[in-house]
Write a protein that binds this ligand. Structure first.
Ligand code: BES
Ligand code: ZN
Length: 834
């Protein structure tokens, strides 16, 4: 019988109370094998010593800011004791925690509190917790330390009272209110939307300041990066508040999708993560604005997942092999995984989706399931054939649809010819056709949708065609006027679409499409077209932007639109978006120039309207974090950004005034971000002022680090180097690393991609220095190289040389070796674990 275990000292091991000797077991790389385990049931007692203080990988049992805590997903439990560390081994855990009373007055573990008390004759105390729900060891958690607590209760749909507690660093209790409110709303929503009730007597969240990820769903005892718990108007932006709400909901929703029903093995990771991301996105859509949430989610999907899918790190939603599971908590598993669940809900409809989920919960509760189990529930509950749909889990690469619309005025028909391809990806040269729900509308000249009636007289149900062949055609009848095609409405499928439509069609859709997502998309497409033209023409200035400006003006003039939506429409595609759409031989400097020039032209052309709107969206009411207020601030700050786009006195003065007068972090940070883009004296003054105001508040100083790392100027690399020596910086803290180094590599396209390669070298140096201590974070930082092959030849050569240097370094961690080898194309995953 083999048990996993590493990085601790074995003190003793006994079988049915009899101590075992060296001949009874074998210790071998990363585990212990019992040589003659009894055939029947037996009791194994293992005593180990672990050193939390020395644990800089932040996996297993470690110490953060005087608090002991654990992180066991994916394979951290084996750093605490010997155990079958695999998710299909589910056990009932009883945990007794004992500690010095002064050092750790609070002692927590999974499940319900059983008893606690003093240890006679010592200054120690103990607590016993029992979790009646069988679970895999990756969901185990314990915490001990000095912690402040905010408590509340929640009454479940069946009338049970659940105690709620959020534990934070003492003194920060007043920043927990929003997290607690979000938790109660998430609990109610899961009851209402999915019939899911909470199942223990108590639900606890502990916020810690050193954490590799965002948060972790340990049963009954979630452990959070404090960035996703703490929020106050003066220190958190609207985006931070939204992040707290989404992460609290996400981890809570795992109680059913992940914990009660877990994964059979780590290949099924998307079974819990993709599904739970879908659930948290739906929660946010219901709590805030569905259209705005969809736009934000698609922006992230394209920025992270489409890029991954188009580069050397591409892999299926359910990978077939891996070297290091920690490297597979990816945008593909999470975000594309969520899109696959969303497509399922489109294919079977809202009620059919609920029937499938209900069946999943009844059929698999208490078990470790697979993707096949999940999909079978939707097939069985709806009598649907989803066999071809399974390809979404197996084939990597973003499918591409080419659509041609042909209007026949005489026959009053409109024909769609649809062809699909899936690009080759590492290890998958040839692809099969996918099942794709294509949501569409034919928009008439008056802006209204024309009825979709097929040649056989059938109405297209819910406006969704199901594409399943390499090429197919659909003819709609009774079409008297040439319609405008609105394709992939709501972005129902995570694909790329190209269609025979021009700028006039986009302008029309931007003004009239009843699908808000496609109104936004039309503006984006107009802007992308101009920007790509500008970059590839090498002139650096987009021509003929009148169509885009008219479209934006129409949106600004439409009072029916919510401010948060208008803010999204004003936000041009990012530099990374443009680079992705160009796809090859990218010159980040040319992209930067084109984007800056277009912002300046828009700001100039719409100046009066933007100024008026900036004023209209400003109010003196006290800060409230709700979606409507946040939307007004988002619009105000989108206006500010364009008004300052020429770097001239008027806009900069407006920004400087907003910075100084702001009563909340959203407005202050937005003004500072705008100022940071222009080398003027106001910038340095504001950066210094910001530091003085918030010195001593690490989460706020992270914004200060990230902002400086993102300045698109050649001096930035040296500034970032110097900031690594700043007293507020620490290589041991993942939030600091992500704020300074991560922001530089991910957000600063021109400076990370400096033509001299110094940005690449800096990232490599930093990651190598970190790799021996925290390999998970080191590997994640290096994933900034995921699209190096799309760069122009000079940068491409330098990026490749840097990656080769990292790959050749001595004693690389498994995490980092895997990322760089795959980035170099030296390894697909075909010699990994399968
Ligand atoms: N289960 C994960 C946390 C995790 C990831 C633990 C990787 C160990 C390794 C958790 O549910 C999660 O997905 N957290 C996300 C945030 C979420 C809102 C998508 C995270 O930590 O980034
Ligand atoms: Zn998750």
């Amino acid at each position: 019988m083999r048990l996993d275990g590493e990085n601790f000292e074995l003190a003793s091991i006994a079988l049915d109370r009899t101590p075992l000797g060296k001949k009874d077991y074998k210790l071998s790389d990363g585990g212990l094998t019992l040589l003659k385990p009894p055939a029947g049931p037996f009791t194994l007692e293992i005593v180990t010593f672990v050193d939390p203080e020395a644990n800089k990988a932040l996996s297993g049992l470690y110490r953060t800011n005087n608090v002991y805590c654990t992180q066991c997903e994916a394979e951290g439990f084996r750093r605490i004791t010997y155990f079958p560390d695999r998710p299909d081994v589910m056990a009932v855990f009883t945990t007794r925690v004992e500690a010095d009373k002064d050092e750790a007055p609070v002692l927590l573990a999974n499940g319900n509190f059983v008893r606690g008390g003093d240890v006679a004759g010592t200054n120690r105390h103990f607590a016993v917790w029992h979790d009646p729900f069988p679970k895999p060891c990756y969901l185990f958690a314990l915490v001990g330390g000095k912690l402040g607590c905010v408590a509340d209760t929640f009454t479940t749909m069946s009338g049970r009272t659940v105690e709620l507690r959020i534990y934070v660093e003492p003194g920060k209790e007043d920043r927990c209110g929003y997290a607690l409110d979000a938790l109660k709303r998430a609990m109610r929503w899961d009851e209402e939307k999915f019939g899911r009730e909470y199942d223990l007597d108590i639900f606890m969240i502990v916020a810690v300041s050193d954490f590799n990820m965002g948060a972790m769903e340990n049963k009954g005892l979630n452990i959070f990066n404090d960035k996703y718990v703490l929020a106050s108007p003066a220190t958190a932006t609207d985006n931070d508040y939204a992040g707290v709400e989404a992460v609290i909901a996400h981890e809570y929703f795992h109680n059913w999708t992940g914990n009660r029903i877990t994964c059979r093995d780590w290949f099924q990771l998307s079974l819990k993560e993709g599904l739970t991301v879908f659930r948290d996105q739906e929660f946010t859509a219901d709590e805030r604005s569905r259209a705005v949430e969809r736009i934000a989610d698609v922006r992230t999907l394209r920025a992270n997942q489409f890029v991954e899918d188009a580069g050397p790190l591409a892999h299926p939603v359910r990978p077939a092999l891996y070297h290091e599971i920690n490297n597979f908590y990816t945008p593909t598993v999470y975000e594309k995984g969520a899109e696959v669940v969303r497509m399922l809900s489109v294919l079977v409809g809202r009620d059919g989706f609920r029937r499938g989920m209900d069946l999943y919960f009844t059929r698999h509760d208490g078990h470790a399931a697979t993707v096949e189990d999940f999909i079978a529930c939707f097939a069985d509950a709806n009598g649907a054939d989803l066999s071809q749909f399974m390809r979404w889990y197996a084939q990597a690469g973003t499918p591409e649809l080419t659509v041609t619309g042909t209007f026949d005025r005489k026959a009053k028909t409109f024909r769609l010819d649809v062809a699909q391809t899936v690009p080759a990806t590492p290890g998958q040269p040839v692809k099969e056709p996918m099942t794709i729900p294509l949501a569409l509308g034919l928009v008439g000249a008056d802006g209204r949708d024309l009825p979709l009636v097929r040649a056989n007289g059938a109405r297209v149900a819910r406006g969704v065609l199901t594409i399943s062949k390499p090429a197919e055609s659909f003819t709609f009848t009774g079409i008297a006027e040439r319609p405008t095609l609105s394709l992939n409405r709501g972005f129902a499928a995570p694909i790329k679409v190209s269609v025979n439509a021009g700028a006039d069609d986009l302008k029309f859709l931007a003004a009239h499409d009843c699908d808000p997502f496609n109104r936004w998309q039309a503006v984006q497409s107009l802007a992308t077209g101009l920007l790509i033209e500008a970059v590839t023409a090498r002139g650096g200035k987009p021509q003929a932007e009148a169509g885009l400006i008219d479209a934006l003006a129409a949106i600004l003039a439409d009072d029916a639109l919510e401010p948060a939506f208008v803010a999204q429409a004003l936000g041009l595609p990012s530099e990374a978006d443009i680079a992705r759409d160009i796809g090859r031989e990218v010159d980040p400097d040319a992209v930067f120039r084109a984007r800056r020039a277009l912002r300046e032209r828009i700001g100039g052309a719409l100046n009066d309207r933007l100024s008026a709107l900036h004023r209209r969206m400003s109010d003196n009411a006290p800060y409230r974090p709700d979606a409507a207020s946040a939307g007004r601030r988002a619009l105000k700050n989108a206006c500010l950004d364009l008004l300052a786009a020429d770097g001239g006195d008027a806009g900069i003065t407006l920004a400087a005034r907003q910075f100084a007068g702001a009563d909340n972090m959203t407005d202050r940070m937005a003004a500072l971000t705008t100022l940071s883009l222009y080398d003027r004296p106001e910038r340095a003054a504001a950066i210094d002022d910001f530091y003085r105001r918030f010195a001593g508040d690490p989460l706020v100083i992270d914004k200060w680090f990230a902002l400086q790392a993102a300045i698109p100027e050649p001096a930035t690399l040296e500034r970032v180097r110097q900031l690594t020596a700043h007293p507020a910086f620490s290589f041991a803290n993942p939030n600091r690393l992500r704020a300074l180094i991560g922001a530089f590599a991910q957000l600063n396209q021109t400076q990370f991609n400096r033509p001299d390669g110094a940005g690449y070298d800096f990232l490599a140096e930093t990651a190598l220095a970190l790799d021996g201590k925290n390999p998970q974070v080191a590997a994640r930082l290096l994933s900034a190289f995921k699209s190096w092959r799309a760069l122009e030849p000079g940068r491409r050569a330098r990026a490749e040389a840097t990656l080769r240097r990292v790959a050749a370094a001595q004693s690389l961690s498994r995490d980092t070796a895997d990322i760089v080898r795959r980035a170099l194309g030296e390894q697909t995953a075909d010699d990994g674990r399968s």
